[in-house]
Write a protein that binds this ligand. Structure first.
Ligand SMILES: NC(=O)c1ccc[n+]([C@@H]2O[C@H](COP(=O)([O-])OP(=O)(O)OC[C@H]3O[C@@H](n4cnc5c(N)ncnc54)[C@H](OP(=O)(O)O)[C@@H]3O)[C@@H](O)[C@H]2O)c1
Length: 235
């Protein structure tokens, strides 16, 4: 995949990894970058079109789909994190609303554009999707569910010419984990690695040194083999 002259939409684009993804898309020659944010955004590059987009707001999602004339790459980056008890159902519902049903709804709304362009969906998940963080069970459940959605879409959209990628980062140095005193990778470096992974056509992108240590065993492992076998069930 190349990015020159592509139209790219990034959700959660106002700060953190989303902001870095917008800048990386621009530096790789994107023709237009739709920056979905909840707060008003201004950007010095005229190729950036701000979009008011709370991924839990059906009206805003429908309006965004109207605004976006054509689209090559949808990057579902918006997300929330939290430390909750596993018994806290309200917290689980909050996490699922943003981290699962958010990208689900945005994908449904923009899928016709991506089929037209034979484009790609990029879901920014987390290593917590494959190994739960027991300090954040609701987050982990939401990311695991979004990973399962990613695998199902990958298999079912392959015949429609749309590629579906999962990004599985370890800790990234953003507001989300500001209070965690652990090694983190800069959002700029993670954004670069995500675009490098897309350029190479990687289905799972491990965009930092921590997650990269899983890449080889993931790609040759039993779970990936089973995913490929299951994909054969799609008529
Ligand atoms: N940081 C990490 O260690 C880490 C590790 C693995 C995966 N990730 C994933 O990376 C992605 C980006 O996270 P980050 O690290 O950049 O975190 P962040 O700095 O906290 O940024 C989160 C972004 O998501 C947006 N957002 C939250 N709820 C939203 C909603 N309902 N609708 C639209 N946008 C919403 C926020 O917008 P506002 O500015 O309006 O709040 C913000 O732009 C997330 O999916 C996260 O799960 C992060």
């Amino acid at each position: 995949m190349t990015f020159a002259d592509k139209t790219i939409l990034v959700t959660g684009a106002g700060r953190g990894l989303g902001k870095a993804l917008v800048d990386e898309a621009l530096s790789r020659g994107a023709k237009r970058v739709y920056a979905g944010t909840r707060q008003p955004l201004t950007h010095p590059d005229e190729r950036v079109t701000p979009l008011t987009l709370d991924v839990t707001d059906a009206v805003q999602i429908a309006a965004a789909a109207e605004t976006v004339g054509s689209l090559d790459i949808l990057i579902n980056n918006a997300g929330i994190y939290g430390y909750e008890e596993v018994a806290d159902r309200a917290a689980l519902e909050r996490q699922l609303d943003v981290n699962l049903f958010g990208p689900y709804a945005v994908i449904q709304a923009l899928l016709p554009r991506l089929v037209e362009s034979q484009g790609a969906i990029v879901n920014v998940l987390s290593l917590a999707a494959v190994a739960a963080l027991p300090i954040s069970p609701a987050y982990s459940i939401s990311k695991a569910a979004a990973f399962s959605l990613t695998q199902s879409l990958r298999a079912t959209l392959a015949g429609h010419g749309v590629d579906v990628h999962a990004v599985l980062p370890g800790p990234v140095d953003t507001d989300m984990v500001r209070d965690l005193d652990i090694p983190k990778t800069s959002p700029q470096s993670v954004a670069r690695a995500i675009f490098d992974g897309l350029a190479k056509g990687e289905e799972e992108i491990f965009p930092d040194p921590f997650s990269q240590s899983l890449a080889d065993s993931w790609n040759t492992g039993a779970v990936k083999a089973l995913e490929r076998q299951n994909a054969g069930l799609v008529p």
